[in-house]
Design a protein around this ligand. Structure first.
Ligand SMILES: [Zn+2]
Length: 228
């Protein structure tokens, strides 16, 4: 462990088989070990369950302050972590631990990262977000806070960028239900084939997996969501 600690202080970075950890100089090595172990094991579970491939190492960047996090991610101050450009940016550990969301946000952003890496390049944002919410298990703690009107899944997803946290959470709530519905209706295997398809467009791979055209498919989901 001494060698590891020495490395952190020399290079402020640390690497495991699937991740590179950056700006780690304020992170106690016990935390870093726990986080890297968690990520590696979640990553292996995801790969196995969904048949997902990943070609590049994923970078984990520890922001020293919330200001730095907001500046780097252009996100709001309450967001815990953001995945962009093969990097997962984390709020300061203290912030994440106080809210007891460290492992939830790590898992959520990891799901985004593995979905992007080496898989279907054309997955729409709503599908990405719906899958991340469903698969991370966050759905259990997400609640409907306000009433939202939407006529398409893209419109529903656009609410997740709202500066209003209640609107954002409600959009997540519906997206989680969307993925639950898809998995119940079509099965995990179909969803996995949509995620990992490298040749077809999203709508084509969806058609291959479900036998339905996107407009029909979308209408069915919107109707289902109107019951919540
Ligand atoms: Zn997300």
């Amino acid at each position: 462990m001494l060698f590891g600690t020495l490395l952190f202080s020399l290079f402020l970075q640390f690497s495991t088989s699937s991740f590179i950890f950056k700006n780690t100089f304020n992170i106690p090595s016990a935390d870093l070990n726990k986080i890297s172990y968690f990520l590696e094991s979640e990553y292996n579970k995801l790969k196995e369950k969904w048949n997902i491939r990943q070609e590049k190492k994923i970078e984990i960047f520890f922001c020293a302050t919330t200001d730095d996090f907001v500046w780097k991610t252009k996100s709001n101050r309450r967001t815990g972590a953001v995945y962009t450009g093969n990097k997962i940016y984390l709020q300061p550990l203290k912030f994440l631990k106080q809210r007891n969301i460290l492992y939830d946000v790590l898992r959520h952003e990891l799901i985004h990262a593995v979905m992007v890496g080496g898989n279907n390049k054309q997955m729409p944002k709503w599908f990405h977000e719906a899958f991340a919410i469903y698969e991370s298990g966050e759905q259990k703690r997400i609640k409907k806070k306000v009433s939202l009107k939407f006529n398409s899944l893209a419109e529903l997803e656009s609410f997740s960028n709202s500066a209003n946290y209640n609107i954002m959470e409600t959009s997540y709530y519906y997206l989680g239900i969307t993925m639950q519905y898809l998995i119940t209706e079509y099965g995990e295997k179909s969803i996995s084939s949509v995620i990992t398809d490298r040749n077809l467009s999203f709508e084509e791979s969806l058609f291959m997996a479900t036998g339905e055209s996107f407009p029909t498919f979308e209408k069915k989901i919107i109707k289902h969501l109107s019951g919540y």
